[in-house]
Design a binder for this molecule. Structure first.
Ligand code: NAD
Ligand code: UD1
Length: 338
């Protein structure tokens, strides 16, 4: 299929390009590079020997979208482009609604104009909010606690209404749990522009000597060791979920959400210990109070993805930490050195 990948130069998008091309799909990227560099695509091209059409532009720009639709004529769109920093979303709510909801609307309008009827959307487990029960299944109530989470839920609703308004449209909503890790080549990986908000890139920067110590937020949660538990998923498994979702759009109509996680959860301490095994060093840590907005534990029930998409995660925790360390140690300054 011909697949337009918005935000394809980003962390998850770049890994997904490789998996899509490996399955014979033709890809085209639309990215405005607010959180990426064109060097990513150079590396993806070298890894895949594949052709990647690319456009520099904003997913909210109708003229740019029409140009991409005309030049590339996609059969389907994978929509990663968006903003994802929870703290920033609280400070700049309108920017987040504009990019994450407005961007999705503009894209669907352009797809309608071009008669493109299949879309896969990057949503987040953050749409569930404080759990009534764990693991979350897709029927769990949604009550996101941040602006970011609400933009994702609104975009889900827009996509659902769009997909159900005509009989031949298909929208697959992937609710990612915590993506970590890097491609086996160590040529592409996660490259946060500022101080990392997320656990894994922070630990990696401590291990490489860019930061002194990991601050552990909270040791008094109702979890076995008192630290927060999450369902971490290897980015290559996550990328493959998009390939499975694309196949699914060819057989189905309407909108459907899927949890994309492993079904296992690990604590902050578990992650530190696993990273120490991968890098052969001790990771210095310091204790701090709970981070505002955090919940004790999150875990996916991925049964629906397994049954309906035929997808399941295959990488374990050691594969996640080993690939993160391989990427970080081979690229201590991320893509900056390119
Ligand atoms: P990322 O920032 O690495 O990738 C997003 C890409 O979109 C970047 O290349 C950025 O330059 C581009 N972009 C941003 N705004 C754009 C715009 N207006 N027009 C065109 N391009 C634009 O993030 P990621 O981690 O790869 O996440 C991809 C998607 O998955 C996002 O929608 C994010 O909200 C969602 N998601 C991410 C996580 C995570 O932990 N990484 C978890 C759940 C959901
Ligand atoms: C965070 C976002 C979530 C988003 C996800 C993307 C918040 C409140 N939630 O999720 O909306 O979808 O990122 O991946 O920001 N931790 C530390 N020290 C650190 C960093 C994290 O102890 O320096 C702990 C956290 O308290 C948490 C765990 O590590 O228990 C995972 O944190 P993180 O990687 O930020 O992911 P989430 O909080 O799950």
């Amino acid at each position: 299929m011909r697949v337009l990948v918005t935000g394809g130069a980003g962390y998850i998008g770049s890994h997904t390009l490789i998996e899509l091309m490996a399955q014979g799909h033709e890809v085209c990227v639309l990215d405005n590079y607010t959180n990426a560099t064109p060097a990513v695509l150079t590396r993806v091209r070298a890894l895949s020997n594949g052709k990647i059409a690319d456009f520099k532009g904003d997913v909210r720009d109708p003229a740019m979208l029409d140009r991409v639709m005309q030049d590339f004529a996609p059969d389907a769109v994978v929509h990663f482009a968006g903003l994802k920093a929870v703290g920033e979303s609280q400070q700049k709510p309108l920017t987040y609604y504009d990019v994450n909801v407005g961007g999705t609307l503009a894209l669907l309008h352009a797809m309608d104009r071009a008669d493109c009827r299949k879309i896969i959307f990057s949503s987040s487990a953050t749409v569930y909010g404080e759990p009534d029960y764990l693991p979350y299944d897709e029927a769990h109530p949604t009550r996101p606690a941040s602006v970011y989470g609400r933009t994702k839920l609104m975009a889900e609703q827009v996509l659902t209404d769009w997909a159900t308004a005509a009989p031949d449209r298909s929208a697959v909503i992937l609710r990612y749990f915590n993506p970590v890790g890097a491609h086996a080549s160590a040529r592409i990986g996660e490259d946060p522009k500022d101080i990392p908000n997320n656990l894994m890139p922070y630990i990696a920067q401590v291990a490489i000597g860019l930061r002194q110590a990991l601050t552990i937020y909270g040791d008094d949660y109702d979890t076995p060791d008192g630290t927060g538990q999450r369902d971490y998923i290897h980015v290559v498994d996550l990328a493959r979920a998009h390939v499975a979702a694309l196949d699914y759009t060819c057989k189905t109509c309407g909108a459907r959400p899927f949890n994309i996680g492993t079904g296992q959860s690990y604590s902050v301490i578990d992650m530190v210990r696993a990273f120490e095994r991968a890098c052969g060093q001790t990771i210095p840590t310091q204790q701090a109070p709970r981070r505002a907005g955090d919940i004790a534990a999150m875990q996916a029930n991925p049964a629906r993805a397994r049954a309906e998409l035929g997808w399941q995660a295959t990488h374990d925790l050691d594969a996640m930490t080993a690939s993160t360390w391989a990427w970080q140690s081979a690229n201590p300054k991320g893509y900056d050195a390119c």
